[in-house]
Design a protein around this ligand. Structure first.
Ligand code: AHR
Length: 646
């Protein structure tokens, strides 16, 4: 052993002993080493690597991110002539109350119908009306202001002012209320604010809309909003936006997913029906079994991007429906291509353009920067083969978009044969831990000659409604591969992102962030992603892991500007992993760093509404001497070691 080796061994001991009382031998027999060539960056880390994928699934928007508290606020599914039975007649005055949909009058051409509420015997002592349970409850906080509005029209004998109240389900107590004036002869929107007093935080509440005199009136669209992110009207839930911001996302892929496509050709995501005043949005069926309010529409997606400094990855509808039907490429597809061009103009055009002017009218004169447009979603399901090829749906969209917007990068949803090639291919990976562990090096072996890769949906499927720690380990192992290969994989987004954890709210098993009406929590996978995106670096370094156990994974990056080295180690084994991190090509290695660890005793460990912080990252300062860093990475752990190196 050379003098230098002896010194290193002694030094390693000095560092390891105080820090790691639980040190046990490595899972592998020989000493495991991670050798890092600090002066040999292989390529840049894609600056857009981590982002968000989103769609209306699991009540991600309605009953989730979109802060609206009233469920099914338009009462009716017109395409099915179906009254939405989530509403109920207030029991107090049921004998005297009746209700019906009036299909002949409504506040707009998008909502040409309304609810007729009739009271035979209502009085100020015994008002009658309708209840809405919210999205599995209505959240109430003390000393909080809510904003309400409603469209009203008189209908015969006028029952006077309309009251909107938040009422506790158990006590029947009114926690906040406001009144709208008596309806006039024409449709009109009325607004009001409600304020709670010194009430207790709760979610077992409903919204009650009542009248207190005999008579009849017509109503529609009664939104009710609590405080929203940045105080924006028609805005987003604050706790969820904060959680998303902590992921440091660089892009938002929207509006789907299957939500872009719809179950049938008639149910496609028609973006023009999701912009402008809420009263001009007719709502439409989500393929996930419920009606989408479209209150979070195209401009709200863009606003969301602006709020979290993400670039939009705009998916345009490409003529395929989930029932397997497609629009034939050629003249039949032309209107959809035109529609996509108009959508791009709505996003990027100056207010002097037709659709840029509409966006300005909608409240956002400044154009949004757009680089990526995705054409369709998962078109490999289209067994007719109408998507690929030079005469396919992709090529028809691509030619038209490139002609009008040559600067845009186009994403295809499957590999394309023919001359019209995409810039990027969106590839999806929903796997078990076993497969992700095995395929963590998948992209190490993929050819670099074709288009770049966007992993637009990925997740370890394990844990419901949110992933357990075993899934987080597998997710993290997979992410080490994404990072190492981010010359090829330029973007990646976990899916689904959001889930309302009430049993009837979710359609998908494993989802990143859970919530009910009042609270939210991040899963262990969420925290793994927070760590990976926060400590990303700008260059991938040449690094070799030797003699470690088969469930040990690494990614090594540096931030060239700040001389910061990031070593990510995932030890998914049930034993600790001792590892020597050996840094070559550096003239100066700092003797202290930061170690962030996410760990659990069991792969079954999970977070929940009741226990949101069972598995969260812990940060500690660490010290050592010399260029080698020895550490025993605990069983079932995800770690980032951050240190300064020159
Ligand atoms: O993420 C859930 C669904 O999985 C998406 O809507 C779809 O694109 C994929 O099949």
């Amino acid at each position: 052993m050379s003098a230098q080796q002896i010194r290193r061994a002694a030094v390693a001991l000095v560092w390891v002993l105080p820090l790691l009382a639980s040190t046990v031998p490595s899972a592998a027999g020989a000493q495991a080493t991670l050798t890092i060539e600090y002066d040999r960056p292989l390529h840049a880390v894609s600056p857009t690597l981590y982002g968000l994928m989103t769609e209306e699934i699991n009540h991600a928007y309605d009953g989730g991110l979109y802060a609206e508290l009233i469920r099914d606020r338009v009462f009716y599914r017109r395409e099915h002539h179906e009254f939405i039975k989530i509403w109920s007649l207030d029991q107090n005055a049921e004998d005297g109350m009746s209700w019906a949909i009036d299909d002949a009058t409504g506040p707009s051409s998008a909502l040409p119908y309304s609810l007729r509420l009739t009271a035979a015997k209502a009085s100020p002592r015994d008002p009658g009306g309708i209840d809405n349970p919210g999205y599995w409850g209505v959240p109430v906080w003390p000393h909080t202001t809510y904003h309400a509005s409603i469209y009203l029209k008189a209908d015969g004998r006028n029952p006077g002012p309309v009251t909107l109240a938040i009422v506790n389900d158990h006590s029947g107590k009114v926690l906040a209320q406001a009144s709208f004036p008596a309806a006039g002869a024409h449709w009109k929107r009325y607004t009001a604010t409600l304020r709670t007093g010194a009430v207790r935080e709760s979610e077992d509440n409903c919204v009650r809309i009542t009248i207190s005199h005999p008579g009849s009136l017509l109503m529609n669209l009664p939104p009710l909003f609590p405080p929203t992110y940045d105080g924006q009207p028609n805005g987003d839930r604050i706790d969820l936006m904060d959680k998303l911001a902590a992921l440091h996302p660089k892009f938002l892929r929207f509006p789907g997913g299957n939500f872009l496509e719809g179950n049938t050709l008639a149910d496609w995501y028609d973006w023009k029906l999701t912009i402008g005043p809420l009263v001009d949005r007719p709502t439409h069926p989500s393929p996930w079994g419920y009606q989408s309010s479209d209150g979070l529409g195209l401009l709200e997606f863009l606003q969301w991007c602006q709020d979290l400094h993400m670039q939009p990855v705009l998916a345009v509808y490409a003529g395929y429906a989930l029932d397997g039907m497609h629009i034939q490429p050629g003249p039949q597809l032309d209107p959809y291509v035109k529609d996509a061009l108009e959508e791009i103009q709505y996003v990027t055009g100056s207010p002097s353009t037709k659709w840029g002017a509409v966006r300005a009218r909608d409240g956002h004169p400044a154009p949004f920067a757009l680089k990526y447009v995705e054409i369709g979603n998962e078109d490999f399901f289209d067994k007719s083969g109408s998507y690929g090829g030079d005469h396919g749906r992709f090529a028809q969209f691509a030619r038209a978009i490139r002609k009008a917007y040559p600067q845009l990068k186009l994403i295809a949803t499957m590999p394309i044969k023919g001359d019209v090639q995409p810039d990027v291919i969106d590839d999806h990976f929903y796997k078990s831990p076993r497969v992700f562990f095995k395929e963590a090096d998948y992209f190490d072996h993929v050819s670099r000659t074709g288009p770049k890769i966007f992993v637009g949906e990925w997740a370890t499927i394990q844990g419901t409604p949110t992933p357990d720690f075993g899934a987080a380990l597998s997710d993290a192992a997979w992410m080490t591969g994404l990072e190492r290969n981010s010359d090829l994989v330029i973007m990646a987004s976990y899916a689904p992102l959001l889930v309302n954890v009430n049993p009837l709210a979710a359609q998908w098993g494993t989802n990143l962030i859970g919530y009910d009406a009042l609270h939210s929590f991040g899963s262990p996978s969420y925290y793994a992603q927070v760590m990976f995106s926060r400590y990303l670096g700008t260059q991938v370094l040449d690094a070799k892991l030797q003699h470690a156990g088969p469930l040990c994974f690494e990614s090594v990056t540096r931030d060239a500007a700040t001389h910061t080295l990031y070593v990510k180690i995932v030890n998914a084994a049930p034993q600790p992993q001792a590892l020597t991190v050996h840094i070559e090509g550096a003239s100066d290695v700092a003797q202290a760093g930061t170690l962030v660890t996410l760990r659990a005793d069991s792969t079954h460990a999970r977070n929940s509404l009741a226990h949101p912080h069972r598995v969260v990252p812990h940060t500690q300062s660490v010290h050592w001497f010399g260029k080698d860093v020895r550490h025993v990475f605990p069983a079932y752990s995800i770690s980032v070691l951050k240190m300064h190196v020159r």
